[in-house]
Design a protein around this ligand. Structure first.
Ligand SMILES: [Zn+2]
Length: 167
């Protein structure tokens, strides 16, 4: 497989048992279908290891807006789409095989937007506290109110994930 940016060989490396294909000329990486989620958490061992590995080859290329061909399907142009709900990080995804190409620095950027489980739990507890209704005595549907509040907090959590990371 070749790097879709520099046309040099992609090197297959295994990170925590998962194969990824690294461009040592630009620091980009090709991930097979469904494997990105295994690397998106920066506090996870896999995510940390891959991010550190890619940083060694970091090379800011020109023209990163140009479309890329899938390294695996060769003739298929990858589609650029937003990965995160708040539309911060764009990734290239192959409509054929579901593989994902990340340009240099994109994994790190994506990881910076993800909170780990513990951070999410803490933030959630804090938001639930702040969303306490001032008065619920005599409310006929306290349970409903709780569920609505819980929904609201979950929505806030998505936004807060970005805010707490400086976005
Ligand atoms: Zn493909």
């Amino acid at each position: 497989m070749y790097c879709p940016r520099t046309y040099t060989d992609l090197r297959k490396v295994k990170v925590g048992g998962i194969a990824v294909y690294v461009s040592e000329s630009c620091g980009g990486v090709f991930l097979e279908n469904q494997t990105l989620k295994l690397f998106e958490c920066r506090s996870g061992e896999r995510g940390k290891a891959l991010s550190a590995h890619l940083a060694k080859f970091h090379n800011e290329l020109q023209g990163l807006n140009a479309k890329v061909f899938c390294p695996l399907c060769v003739d298929t142009v990858m589609l650029r789409r937003f990965y995160s709900p708040l539309h911060v990080v764009e990734i290239d995804e192959c409509p054929g095989c579901g593989g994902i190409w990340l340009d240099t620095g994109e994994l790190a950027k994506l990881q910076s937007l993800m909170l780990n489980e513990k951070e999410r739990a803490l933030l959630r507890a804090q938001l639930m506290e702040e969303c306490q209704p001032s008065k619920i005595e005599g409310h006929p549907h306290i349970r409903d109110a709780w569920i609505r509040r819980s929904d609201k907090v979950d929505k806030l959590m998505d936004i807060a994930s970005y805010l707490t990371n400086g976005w």
